[in-house]
Design a binder for this molecule. Structure first.
Ligand code: F6P
Length: 550
């Protein structure tokens, strides 16, 4: 594979960055009154304004050339047509099939996967209706009041984020909880307020071999049996979501209470599958179907729009622009919506586990960087925490600002206050405050000359900080589905340009293997000493102190 950074398209962008680097967005806006019109677009009820970027029409043209060089359009077709583009695991990447609302078949090795997808959706519908309507009762005959999802990574972050984002649509009679950490505190603190007779556990694990999930599931099983005094209670209080029926049965969950999915669904792309069962329980299956509909809308937009009018393509390429040509290493996700407060953590996994790769699809070491550090927090909380660095720090941070025109909670003028901050921040980040403006303000405040001179440099904001603004009409299940799919496809676009496999995660495996080895050494009698001096020292200290204080 020819390395993309040797292509003429890449080199053209490199030259172009050196031309545009010091151009201020203030100038770009002053020169072009139609900039917003040209650099914004709407799809699936989402407005994307990307005009507050260090980019011109020429930049966008050069980025589209790069996408063509990377053969992006063909790769999009490959994904949608079920090719095994996850080459290191020999798997297709078909999360788009999970939300297909079309009658068209989705073929994998010549076989339509849609009948299986629909069968699991029907099973989820029956089960979630039964629990929500009180037809599915606990072992002692009580209605289920609490659902605890036990899972980690993609088997936790997606359902957690969506359940919280759509809390407005939740049934108040059914509380959904999420336990992921192998730190027992997570489970113990969650169970403290729950009644075993009315609690249902979902053990969610694609592989059903994940240490954290199994440890928590076993502890939950003990808690259930100890309280209900009968092993057979498990059948009414535990269901599983997995691709691994054998391990589910070995764990002691009746496979009749299992919801399946398939190896062509990546963990971090799985909330649309039965991994979304806690979402369906929380908001009901009709709302879950709306979520799928929204994702399908974005899939169609991504698959069918030309690259230059394609929202995930534009966002993905702008990310490449800053990362590879502007040296920007981190990207902030800033939802001005309390319901979306878990979105940064969700996208952190989606993006960093997908694109944190150092070799190309064919195993060549890359000569350019991939995968920004993704982080963030809900506005306005973030403003009072880390925005200082974004405004005046020495490194350039790019950000996505996300909000809705209408709030589910229009309390007084609080939504207007929230949105005033949203608009003011992106404007301030773009414009900054020049020395003259800062000076005028200090003069107005009546500062003496000496104090003014001392304070002036601190009051200057360079501006020219790039942001995307995303405006939804309202945070509905459908809009949320579109928003999540937008980011999934953005990540795909970047992975294709970077020539990597965005769908494996070998980097997570090493830690898992080593933890298994170390666990065996933590017992009193086991020897320690086959590690480096630091790890040996830490292990010895830990074991001595456990003994001393036990
Ligand atoms: O964190 C690594 C990972 O493999 C993720 O990709 C996955 O979402 C998570 O572990 C959980 O895996 P499983 O669903 O198999 O328990």
């Amino acid at each position: 594979m020819n390395s993309i950074d040797k292509s003429s398209e890449w080199l053209a962008l490199k030259r172009h960055w050196s031309e545009i680097e010091y151009r201020h967005m203030r100038e770009l806006f002053a020169e072009d009154s139609a900039r917003f019109d040209r650099m914004s677009l709407q799809a699936c009820g989402i407005l994307l304004d990307y005009s507050k970027n260090r980019a011109t029409s020429e930049t966008m043209g050069l980025l589209m050339d790069l996408a063509e060089r990377a053969d992006l359009a063909a790769w999009i077709r490959r994904m949608f047509s079920g090719e095994r583009i996850n080459n290191t695991e020999g798997r297709a990447v078909l999360h788009v099939a999970l939300r297909s609302c079309s009658d068209e078949p989705v073929l994998l090795d010549g076989e339509d996967v849609m009948p299986q997808v629909r069968a699991v959706l029907a099973q989820m519908k029956d089960f979630s209706n039964a629990v929500r309507d009180g037809d599915w009762l606990g072992y002692t005959g009580y209605r289920i009041t609490d659902v605890v999802n036990i899972g980690i990574g993609g088997s936790n972050l997606g359902p957690l984020m969506v359940a919280e984002a759509l809390r407005h649509y939740q049934d108040p009679g059914l509380n959904v909880h999420f336990v992921s950490n192998v730190d027992a505190t997570h489970l113990v603190e969650t169970l403290k307020s729950l009644n075993p007779e009315t609690t249902l556990f979902i053990v969610a694990s694609k592989t059903f071999t994940t240490q954290e999930t199994l440890a928590n599931a076993k502890a939950a099983r003990r808690w259930c049996i100890e309280a209900l005094k009968d092993e057979s209670a498990v059948a009414r209080h535990f269901v599983a979501v997995s691709t691994n029926a054998a391990e589910v049965a070995a764990f002691g969950i009746d496979t009749g209470n299992m919801f399946g999915f398939w190896d062509w669904v990546g963990g971090r792309y799985s909330l649309w599958s039965a991994i979304g069962l806690p979402i369906a329980l929380a908001i009901g299956m009709p709302n879950f179907m709306q979520l799928l509909q929204g994702a399908y809308d974005m899939d169609c937009h991504f698959r069918d729009s030309k690259l230059s009018e394609n929202m995930p393509v534009i966002m993905g390429l702008l990310g490449v622009w800053y990362h590879n040509f502007g040296g920007v290493r981190t990207h902030a996700i800033l939802p001005y919506d309390q319901y979306l407060r878990h979105l940064p953590a969700y996208l952190q996994q989606a993006d960093m586990e997908s694109n944190g790769k150092r070799v190309s699809r064919d195993g060549q070491q890359l000569s350019y960087t991939t995968g920004p550090v993704v982080w963030g927090a809900a506005g306005t909380d973030g403003q009072h925490a880390f925005y200082q660095l974004i405004h005046q720090g020495t490194q350039l941070v790019t950000s996505d600002f996300i909000a809705s025109v209408h709030s589910h909670n229009e309390l007084g003028d609080q939504h207007l206050k929230l949105m005033a901050n949203f608009f003011a921040q992106t404007e301030a980040l773009m414009k900054g405050r020049t020395e003259d403006e800062a000076m005028a303000e200090l003069v107005n405040a009546g500062l003496a000359e000496e104090a003014l001179a001392a304070l002036l440099p601190h009051k200057v904001f360079p501006g020219n900080r790039p942001t995307n603004s995303l405006l939804l009409d309202r945070l509905t299940p459908q809009r949320l589905g579109s928003l999540i799919a937008l980011y999934e496809h953005k990540i795909f676009v970047q992975g294709i340009v970077w020539q990597i496999n965005s769908f494996d995660q070998w980097g997570v495996e090493l830690g898992k293997q080593l933890a298994g080895v170390v666990l065996g050494e933590l017992s009193e009698e086991a020897d320690v000493g086959r590690h480096d001096a630091s790890t040996n020292g830490l292990l010895a200290y830990f074991k001595q102190n456990r003994l001393r204080h036990s």
